[in-house]
Design a protein around this ligand. Structure first.
Ligand code: NAD
Length: 324
């Protein structure tokens, strides 16, 4: 790609982030559309806020969500703080349970049980990853499914597979909502999901294949053992990339008109940023975007939707809409 084309696309992403009316008009006239997760998440959060206000007016309890944070990992602290902030911004009550890095597995399981039993708590999450001495799966399975708003418990995962009411894990749920919001046709399309984690890739592949309005796609699930991954991505109408490898997906790997959802978030040090780091996606945005019909940026794409979807699950838990 020539330098000036690259400059235009960098400018376009910059302009998307500043989002003045003029700039958005400019952006919309350049072929591909940026999927604005920040905007959609904000709308969802406004809607949740209204519902919470309505509950208050009816004299009902406001949703109360808890988060368990073990240790002092910087990224986990940021994620949990953002979740707590988001809870407060929509009027939820929130509780943060902090435990030291060296907490025993038994002590953590006790805390989970306390939250299970606490009738005032509607739903909660245990921020992952946990320290190595703790069996993560054991902790996930200790959470009562009716309060498992992360949707990681095998009961919720199984119910998702069977198309039964459940909490769908927040990132895949957020992606489905983005596709819905932008009215992106998925039926009959070839969707290539890259990455098969329990949190993103695997549930995403199931959701895209389901007989639901966002679904009915023919899905290929690629992972670290996939041979010649490019032969699959070149056939894809929709690519959902969730591997955590910065700039992995390049222009030569996609066809014209593809929809690209970039889930990856990798923090790298940056002297230019006031925070001291910047976030990189799995997609080489500047060169892939010109070939796309739709694409999510990083940051501002899938990330904000994850939090909005968690809040949605929190509201569902408080209203006892999934488990009565
Ligand atoms: P993970 O490490 O649990 O799983 C990564 C998956 O990618 C694995 O299944 C592996 O097989 C596959 N993979 C790795 N390298 C590959 C390669 N070269 N080719 C093909 N497949 C490959 O990660 P995860 O929890 O699924 O997260 C993936 C990325 O998404 C990370 O960057 C993470 O930070 C990000 N993430 C973002 C959000 C969000 O809200 N935007 C939420 C969750 C995760």
């Amino acid at each position: 790609m020539s330098d000036w084309v690259s400059i235009i696309h960098k400018l376009r992403l910059k302009q998307f982030r500043k989002r003045t009316k003029f700039q958005l008009i400019f952006i919309q006239n350049m072929g591909y559309q940026i999927i604005d997760g920040k905007k959609v998440a904000k709308e969802i959060q406004e809607q949740i806020k209204k519902e919470v206000e309505h509950l208050k007016q009816l004299g009902q309890k406001v949703p109360h969500i808890a988060a368990v944070l073990v240790g002092n990992d910087g990224a986990s602290e940021t994620y949990v703080n953002n979740k707590i902030k988001a809870c407060n911004s929509v009027g939820f009550q929130s509780t943060l349970v902090r435990l030291p890095e060296y907490v025993t597995e038994n002590k953590l399981l006790e805390e989970v049980e306390k939250l299970n039993q606490n009738e005032d708590i509607d739903g909660f999450i245990v921020q992952l990853p946990l320290p190595r001495h703790i069996n993560e799966q054991k902790v996930i399975e200790a959470i009562v499914p009716s309060k498992d708003i992360d949707g990681f418990h095998p009961i919720n995962v199984g119910r998702m597979v069977l198309n039964l009411p459940c909490y769908v894990s927040a990132t895949p749920y957020g992606i489905v909502q983005l596709l819905e919001y932008y009215k992106i046709e998925t039926s009959g399309k070839h969707c290539v999901v890259i990455g098969r984690s329990h949190i993103v890739g695997s549930p995403m592949s199931i959701l895209m294949a389901k007989n639901t309005p966002i679904g009915n796609a023919t899905v290929t699930l690629c992972h670290s053992k996939t041979k010649d991954l490019k032969q699959y991505t070149l056939q894809a109408d929709i690519i959902i990339c969730a591997i955590g490898s910065p700039h992995f997906l390049t222009a030569d790997m996609v066809k014209e008109g593809v929809v690209v959802i970039d889930v990856g978030i990798t923090r790298i040090e940056s002297k230019d940023s006031p925070t001291g780091y910047k976030l990189l996606g799995d997609v080489k945005f500047d060169e892939v975007a010109p070939k796309c019909s739709y694409i999510t940026p990083v940051p501002g794409g899938v990330g904000p939707m994850t939090i909005a979807s968690l809040l949605k699950n929190g509201l569902l838990a408080a209203k006892k809409e999934i488990y009565r």
